[in-house]
Design a protein. Structure first.
Length: 42
């Protein structure tokens, strides 16, 4: 599993600066990026 720095940075801004819930931000990322994470699954 590997996340690009840009993806991490965008999520960190949402959580740390905009004070959004981590689970909400991660679920949003998962919904918007299936091509990036589906290859992590067996």
């Amino acid at each position: 599993m590997s996340l690009q720095n840009i993806d991490q940075a965008k999520m960190l801004v949402e959580v740390d600066i905009k004070k959004r819930d981590v689970k909400e931000v991660v679920n949003e990322w998962l919904d918007n990026n299936p091509g990036k994470w589906k290859s992590w699954l067996p």
